[in-house]
Design a protein. Structure first.
Ligand SMILES: *Cc1c(COP(=O)(O)O)cnc(C)c1O
Length: 432
């Protein structure tokens, strides 16, 4: 399995051509490997815990298409459900019974969600939820946290973590100051900073939005009391609490981080897993708030492909698979083995490192101590991470190509996959 001389000639040819056709050769920035160096590999197919590149190399995958592949790629039951749905057509642009099925599953699962609206991406869900927060409260300011990513809409591109951090852009050109002037930011896990913002802007803050477990600045869990504290402060000031669970929904637990931590927000955004690998997002929450969304209410939001029958089908089947008893226990067990193993190996090889996992989400930083926020995360040795990443890739392990991204396991990962990954990590770490 250890093969440090993989050939990636075809990947290189295809990527070289792509750079003339698409900006940076990719359809989404982090894919270009800018922050780890070297060339990205070009995928040919995915199955279970593995991906194959166009040169025929196989990799154990810990990106899982950035989260959706929690059951493993191309799960046979998802694929066969999609085949059956495909026979009935690809898009209706009209109500479809599958929407009810997925809506009920989401409402049953996620404690805060009494009604839901389907969209096509996490970005769209976050844009829409912000409009709704503002409409419901009649206030314009919103608090987000440094290092949290809520999609690429203008008003969220302030200290927005991974993709943006990776490019070294604190903001993006093209985002007007007037649009972000109502976006207030605080360090993650810092309740005092949030209190200060509310005290300075009483009656002006519509709400607080956050990743209840951060994945877009690397993996950063909430400190004890942080989520509870935000719930209290937002209540006190008549503001809304919004959990962006695009990544954590159905991953941290079936009911998301809100179930795991027992803190119920007013609104929640979802994406990734609920589309089972097809493009989907959703937002939902308290009925009185959601009833403001058009056409029930005046807050406009629409989508040609929203509620798409193929996406609904993949989502429904994926959630059904996740409902099997033992799913999250298994994810927790193998991911803990991976995370503990990586930290142990790093320490044996003399590298300062920290990290952790919850269920099938994990993270690893080349820095000592503990990472509580984005400032801490930025202390990580990204050059070392780049070399680690490359070494793992050469040994058939595909990790997220940035120090500032969480990793994901799937129920398709076996004990043996984890052991092979750790064996590769030992070789690479001892040579860094
Ligand atoms: C991925 C992600 C988004 C954006 O979702 P897209 O489908 O990529 O637009 C938003 N918020 C969080 C927390 C995410 O992880």
């Amino acid at each position: 399995m250890v093969n440090t001389t993989i050939k990636t000639t075809k990947s290189q040819e295809i990527f070289a051509a792509a750079q003339n056709l698409m900006p940076g050769g990719v359809s989404s920035p982090v894919r270009a490997f800018k922050s780890v160096g070297g060339q990205p590999i070009v995928f040919d197919r995915v199955q279970g815990a593995y991906i194959w590149d166009v040169d025929g190399n196989r990799y154990i995958d810990y990106v899982g298409t950035w989260g959706p592949a929690i059951c493993g790629h191309a799960h046979p039951e998802v694929i066969s459900a999609l085949h059956a749905a495909l026979e009935k057509g690809t898009s209706f642009g009209a109500p479809c019974a599958l929407e009810n099925v997925l809506a009920e599953m989401v409402i049953d699962a996620i404690p805060s969600i009494e009604m839901v609206r389907f969209v096509n991406s996490g970005t769209e869900a976050c844009m829409a939820v912000l409009r709704l927060m503002r409409a419901f409260t009649g206030r314009e300011k919103v608090i987000k946290f440094e290092g949290c990513y809520h999609g690429h809409a203008d008003m969220f591109l302030v200290k927005a973590g991974s993709g943006v951090a990776t490019l070294g852009l604190p903001d993006s050109p093209g985002v007007p100051k007037s649009v972000t002037s109502n976006t207030l930011t605080a360090p993650y896990n810092d309740l005092e900073a949030v209190k200060a913002l509310f005290a300075e802007n009483p009656n002006e803050i519509a709400g607080v939005i956050l990743e209840p477990v951060v994945g877009n600045a690397g993996f950063i869990p909430p400190d004890a009391g942080f989520l509870e504290g935000l719930r209290e402060i937002t209540h006190e000031y008549g503001a809304l609490l919004v959990f962006d669970e695009v990544m954590t929904g159905f991953r941290i637990a079936y009911g998301g981080a809100q179930e795991k931590f027992g803190v119920t927000p007013d609104l929640t955004t979802l994406g990734k897993i609920i589309g089972g690998g097809l493009p989907v997002g959703a937002y939902g929450g308290r009925r009185d708030i959601m009833e403001m969304v058009a056409p029930a209410g005046p807050v406009y939001q629409a989508g040609t492909l929203s509620g798409n029958p193929l996406a609904m089908t993949a989502g429904i089947k994926t959630l059904e698979l996740l409902q099997k008893p033992g799913t999250y226990e298994y994810l927790d067990k193998i991911t803990k083995k991976l995370s503990d193993g990586l930290l142990q190996i790093a320490s044996e090889c003399g590298h300062e490192a920290c990290g952790g996992q919850i269920s099938g989400m994990f993270g690893f930083f080349f820095t000592g101590g503990k990472v509580h926020n984005y400032e801490d995360a930025k202390k990580s040795d990204t050059v070392k991470f780049g070399r680690f990443h490359r070494g793992m890739l050469e040994r058939g392990v595909y990790l997220a190509p940035s120090q500032f991204e969480a990793g994901f396991t799937a129920i398709a990962h076996t004990d043996e996959d984890i052991e092979q990954t750790l064996a590769a990590a030992r070789e690479v770490m001892s040579s860094l």
